[in-house]
Unconditional design. Structure first.
Length: 236
């Protein structure tokens, strides 16, 4: 089947590497990525760090000094995850290149649009780590940023929920899944699956976001083929 999207940035949270019993293995996610690359899609992954360290909880108050240090630890956590992801993907035969927003000489290369583009064009997966390289941001925002910088056709946000609902499905059995939702509506619903700066960057650059459940086999392939999976956030 023909892929609808030719260049894709996938945001994977650190939790995807946490090896939980109820979650899919990262190897099976890698195999889906291998399939879409063979079908001609270029792939980049922005990896989170929340399984190791999350610098800040929403609404939490801390001094800027504390916040900056916490966020630096968080960004380093994403580099550890990037190295782990690269190792696992190499074991299943994927070619990977790590691109980091902060330099660690001899271990990971600094992010460059040119090198990332070349590697994706050659059929390899680029793993982006260290977020944006700045505190006060998240890896969701980094994913939106890399997608814009590299001219991706879509941003896939892997989650453990089936998409965006009009009400909390855990609290209300009448909650309805929204297959298509406008950026503004997503923002006004206070959608918790992605942060505000990430939505804002996608909106400003007309980049659609597909929010989907990564624990369902085949969802990455289906989303890239343009089949209805999860919720799509865009200009509607
Ligand atoms: N972080 C940061 N700047 C960035 C991206 C991430 O300071 O541009 C820090 C922040 O502390 C964050 C942590 O890295 O909590 C891990 O990233 P995130 O929470 O986005 O990971 P995920 O929840 O996706 O695993």
């Amino acid at each position: 089947m023909e892929s609808r999207y030719k260049k894709v940035i996938l945001k994977l949270s650190g939790e995807s590497l946490a090896n939980r019993d109820d979650a899919r293995s990262i190897e099976s996610i890698g195999q889906e990525i291998d399939t879409v690359i063979r079908q001609g899609t270029q792939m980049g992954i922005v990896i989170g760090g929340g399984n190791i360290f999350r610098g800040h909880s929403h609404g939490e108050k801390s001094s800027s000094e504390t916040r900056i240090k916490d966020d630096q630890i968080g960004m380093l956590a994403t580099i550890i995850n990037g190295l782990a992801l690269s190792k696992i993907f190499a074991q299943i035969g994927l070619k990977t290149l790590i691109q980091s927003a902060i330099g660690i000489d001899g271990m990971v290369d600094r992010f460059s649009v040119e090198n990332s583009t070349k590697f994706m064009e050659s059929g390899g997966v680029v793993i982006f780590c260290a977020g944006t390289g700045n505190p006060y941001f998240s890896t969701d925002t980094a994913a939106a940023l890399r997608a814009c910088e590299l001219g991706a056709d879509v941003l896939l946000k892997a989650t453990t929920v089936d998409g965006i609902y009009d009400k909390n499905p855990k609290m209300d059995k009448n909650a309805k899944k929204l297959e298509k939702i406008d950026y503004i509506e997503a923002l006004s619903l206070g959608i918790a699956v992605m942060d505000f700066p990430a939505f804002a960057l996608c909106k400003e650059n007309d980049l659609n976001i597909i929010i989907f459940n990564m624990n369902i086999d085949g969802n990455i392939i289906k989303a890239i083929h343009g089949e209805q999976v999860g919720s799509i956030v865009g200009k509607f």
